[in-house]
Design a binder for this molecule. Structure first.
Ligand SMILES: Nc1ncnc2c1ncn2[C@@H]1O[C@H](COP(=O)(O)OP(=O)(O)OP(=O)(O)O)[C@@H](O)[C@H]1O
Ligand SMILES: [Mg+2]
Length: 485
């Protein structure tokens, strides 16, 4: 693998998670993320700006009131009307709800008038002291009190000092309005977010729907089904993709149809070839048995008569030798006819033919074969199935005798409803089925072909320690059969 390929294979867990999330969730997540970020940033900025404006307004109000009252209070102090001074301060507080307190004091911290009722909070006097160099006009600062932050404005009533007025503005009212506004903003954001979710749901559905349809179509193609409809609703890139995919599916369907037709023709051809081969074998075996065999048998009868009539011993010995060689020829002829195609397979069926073959095989190769038959096997089945099973067992046992070095083998056949199963097992040296070259070894390949042509299943398992097991399963009535019983 190249470095480039390696780096593309290195996917972080987060990226892996993101890539595994469905498209719909991705679009929805993106839209939600954007809406929420935008809303939170907007609320934060609006609140910050409003807070700044409120603070500026409160500061201005405190400064303004302190300046205005310092003038009005001066006149009242000149005539020493403390009662009127108190009324002035109270009226001002009543008219402006943001004002928390107003009081007038002298340089010895003696409070002359205030708006606190009976108890004056002494610590307020310590909070904001005039200091040298301050301008005579109101000085406004924010101070921390037990009630929270207050804009406190401090002004001289008489130029040069001695008597001062202080005004505290808290702005609870404005802050309440800010909270109400924030609440309204949050509500609006929630509504906008809900509309955004609905829109992004619709959008994600719109985008993901054709993609999901494409995905379903690929699954159908994988299953070998090309008969599906992919409606092209949009004219965008996805619409073009769907159109391209549809064209591709149609070409694939066409190619698949041609392939299936070719395969069908090949199967048909092979079946006819095999049936023809079996017919030919049958014919030759019958010819050998009926013509050549009969001719040799009548030679034997003639020889027997000659033997009886012959006078000289030399003639009798010659005739005996001839009889011996004709007997041996007759046996080989019989064996050849049997190997080609035993007539018992056509006349009596699979099981008698197999029993005869196994008995001859055991005698010829001195290998013990256990035969186990299950189910109603005595009933005749389609000729092509009988031939197929016979040939598979014949090839398996021939292979075993040639390569397995086995001391014994077992063969079983079972008929169950509409199928027939079988297996040939030996205790030989085994082999590696994967390593077999079908261009060189036709036996195993031919077995599989014969079985698959009839719609059956075939398997080989072989182990150097245990031996070889060949199994098959065939339908009793295959779809096509070119042989006749
Ligand atoms: N029962 C078995 N035990 C051990 N080896 C086997 C057995 N059956 C098959 N083989 C191995 O599998 C190979 C392929 O067998 P196959 O029947 O396909 O071809 P073949 O017998 O070599 O030739 P052909 O059957 O075409 O005349 C054999 O050459 C042999 O090595
Ligand atoms: Mg073989």
């Amino acid at each position: 693998m190249t470095d480039k390929q390696n780096s593309s294979c290195r996917i972080t867990p987060v990226k892996k998670l993101l890539l595994s999330v469905p498209l719909r969730v991705k679009i929805l997540g993106l839209a939600m993320g954007l809406i929420l970020t935008l809303s939170l940033v907007t609320i934060f900025l609006v609140r910050q700006e409003l807070n700044r404006s409120i603070n500026a307004a409160l500061r201005e109000e405190a400064t303004l009131v302190a300046g205005e009252l310092s003038h009005q209070a001066r006149d009242l102090l000149l005539i020493n009307d403390i009662f009127a001074l108190n009324s002035l301060l109270k009226n001002m507080q009543n008219n402006r709800p943001d004002i928390r307190y107003i009081f007038v004091h002298d340089s010895r911290q003696h409070v002359l008038a205030h708006t606190f009722g009976s108890l004056f909070p002494i610590e307020l006097l310590l909070r904001q002291q005039p200091f040298p160099g301050d301008e005579p006009g109101p000085i406004t600062r924010q101070i921390a009190t037990s009630e929270g932050l207050i804009w406190d404005s401090h002004a001289e009533i008489f130029p040069g000092g001695n008597i001062y007025i202080r005004v505290g503005v808290k702005g609870d009212n404005l802050r309440r309005q800010l909270s109400t506004l924030t609440g309204a903003l949050v509500n609006t954001t929630a509504i906008v977010a809900a509309i955004g979710i609905a829109l992004s749901l619709f959008l994600s559905w719109l985008i993901a729907k054709p993609v999901t349809q494409l995905l379903a179509a690929t699954r159908e193609i994988r299953r070998g089904n090309y008969d599906f409809s992919l409606p092209r609703e949009a004219d965008d890139e996805i619409g073009k993709l769907i159109e391209g995919f549809g064209d591709m599916a149609r070409s694939l369907a066409q190619a698949e149809k041609i392939r299936q037709e070719k395969e069908k023709l090949q199967k048909e051809f092979l079946q006819r070839l095999m049936a023809g081969q079996e017919g030919e074998r049958k014919h030759i075996a019958r010819e050998l048995h009926d013509q050549t065999g009969q001719a040799l048998a009548s030679c034997m009868v003639e020889l027997k008569l000659l033997e009886q009539a012959a006078g000289s011993e030399a003639l009798q010995q010659g005739i005996a030798r001839l009889k011996k060689s004709i007997t041996s020829e007759l046996e080989s002829l019989h064996a050849l006819a049997m190997d080609l195609r035993p007539s018992v397979l056509d006349d009596l069926g699979l099981i008698p033919a197999l029993e005869m073959y196994i008995s001859r095989f055991q005698k010829r190769h001195r290998i013990k074969i256990k035969l186990r038959l299950l189910g109603p096997l005595e009933e005749r089945i389609d000729a092509c199935v009988e031939t197929c099973i016979y040939r598979i067992i014949q090839e398996s046992l021939t292979n075993m005798s040639k390569y397995a070095e086995a001391s014994e083998a077992a063969l079983f056949l079972e008929r169950k409803q509409e199928t027939i199963r079988g297996g040939i097992e030996d205790n030989g040296i085994g082999f590696d089925p994967e390593a077999i070259d079908p261009t060189k070894s036709m036996g195993l390949y031919g077995m599989r072909e014969r079985i698959e042509l009839l719609g059956g299943k075939f398997s080989i398992s072989s182990d150097r320690e245990i031996g070889t097991m060949i199994s098959f399963e065939l339908p009793i009535k295959p779809e096509v059969c070119h042989e006749k019983n």
